[in-house]
Design a protein around this ligand. Structure first.
Ligand SMILES: [Zn+2]
Length: 330
C-alpha cells in the first residue's frame, strides 16, 4: 500500500515544523495532515506513558507498533503526561530518549506524534517539551500547548487542560509547576476558551475531535475535572464535537452522554495503570472500563469511525463504530 505522506507547509523560519497561518477566527497554531490515498485516516492514541520502558510501557509500545503497521497509521496522538514524574528537566534531559525515542522504535510509529502536555509535564521545564530542539532530536515529536490539526475529513483541537485545574495553583503540594507562558492565568484561560470556541465554530470538517490531558467524564481515580465540565464542555456541546479524548486517569474508558452526541474516551494506559480504581457511573453512559494498560486505534472515513481498545498483549478489549449518517453509536 502506498503510504500517505503528510503535508506540511513552511511559513517563515521561526518553526522547524511546518504549519499554516492561523485564520482570523483563531489564534491557535494550525497544522495539516493528509488523509491516505483512499480518503481514510488511521491513528493511535496513547497517554500517560514516559517511564523509561517500565510498568509495561515497552510492551504497550511493541503492540502499538504491530497495530500501527496493520492499520498503516497516519500519526499517533499522545494525551499527555509524557515524561514522569516531573516532565523534562530541559532540552538535554536524557528522558526524551529513554522514555520516547528508544521505546517507540517500531517502523510504523515513525510518524508524527501530536502531543499535549499533562500535569506531570508542567512539573518540569515545559518550554523544553515545546522547543524546536526536541524536534531536531527526533522529527516525529510535535508538541504545542494548544493547536489545531486539520486532517481533511477530521479536525483535531488539542487543548492545554492543566492550567484549568485549580488545585495545581491553590495546593501544589511539594511540586513546582512551571507556569511560564500561562500567567496571568485568567487571561490565558479566557483566550484559550474563546479561541477553541471560534475554531470549532469555523470548522467544516466532518469529524470534530477535541484532545486534552484531563478528563471531562471519567469513573477513574481522578474522576470528573469540574473546571473542564464547567468551562470547556458547554463549548464542545454547542459545536457538535464528536469525541473528547483524554488521558490522566490511567485506564481505558468509553463513556457516552445522555445530554449530547459527544463520546468521552480515556486512553491513559501507556505505562503504569491503577488496578481496581473505578467509581460508579450511570450504566446507560458507561460503555467500557479497563483498569490495565493499553491504547486506542481509530480508523475513519468521511462517514464512519471504527474505534478499538487493545491491552498490553495487543488483544482487542472493546470496539465500536460511529456512523455519521445514522448519528448514533453501533
Ligand atoms: Zn495527569
Amino acid at each position: 500500500m502506498v503510504k500517505a505522506g503528510y503535508r506540511l507547509l513552511f511559513l517563515g523560519g521561526l518553526l522547524s515544523w511546518l504549519c499554516l497561518a492561523s485564520p482570523a477566527t483563531s489564534e491557535l497554531q494550525r497544522l495539516q495532515h493528509r488523509v491516505k490515498p483512499d480518503g481514510s485516516l488511521s491513528f493511535l492514541v496513547v497517554g500517560d506513558w514516559g517511564r523509561e520502558g517500565n510498568y509495561n510501557q515497552s510492551e504497550v509500545a511493541s503492540q502499538m507498533g504491530v497495530i500501527g503497521e496493520k492499520l498503516d497509521i497516519n500519526f499517533v496522538i499522545s494525551t499527555g503526561d509524557n515524561f514522569y514524574d516531573c516532565g523534562l528537566t530541559g532540552e538535554d534531559d536524557p528522558a526524551f530518549f529513554k522514555s520516547f525515542t528508544d521505546i517507540y522504535t517500531a517502523p510504523s510509529l515513525q510518524k508524527p506524534w501530536y502531543n499535549v502536555l499533562g500535569n506531570h509535564d508542567y512539573r518540569g521545564d515545559v518550554e523544553a517539551q515545546l522547543s524546536p530542539v526536541l524536534k531536531e532530536k527526533h522529527s516525529k515529536w510535535v508538541c504545542f500547548r494548544s493547536f489545531i490539526l486539520n486532517a481533511e475529513i477530521a479536525e483535531f483541537f488539542f487543548v492545554d487542560t492543566t492550567p484549568f485545574v485549580n488545585e495545581y495553583f491553590t495546593d501544589p503540594r511539594q511540586y513546582n509547576y512551571d507556569w511560564k507562558g500561562v500567567e496571568p492565568r485568567d487571561e490565558y484561560l479566557f483566550n484559550l476558551v474563546k479561541d477553541v470556541d471560534s475554531a470549532l465554530k469555523a470548522s467544516s470538517a466532518k469529524w470534530k475531535i477535541v484532545v486534552g490531558h484531563h478528563t471531562i467524564k471519567s469513573a477513574g481515580q481522578h474522576g470528573v475535572t469540574v473546571e473542564l465540565e464547567k468551562q470547556l464542555l458547554p463549548i464542545l456541546e454547542a459545536n457538535d464535537v464528536d469525541l473528547y479524548v483524554n488521558g490522566h486517569d490511567h485506564c481505558l474508558q468509553h463513556i457516552t452522554s445522555t445530554d449530547s452526541d459527544i463520546q468521552f474516551i480515556t486512553s491513559g494506559g501507556g505505562s503504569q495503570a491503577w488496578r481496581g480504581k473505578i467509581s460508579s457511573w450511570k450504566p446507560e453512559e458507561m460503555k467500557f472500563y479497563y483498569d490495565g494498560q493499553g491504547f486506542l486505534s481509530v480508523n475513519m472515513t468521511g462517514d464512519r469511525a471504527d474505534l478499538v481498545f487493545y491491552d498490553v498483549f495487543g488483544q482487542v478489549l472493546h470496539k465500536w463504530s460511529i456512523s455519521k449518517q445514522l448519528h448514533d453509536a453501533a
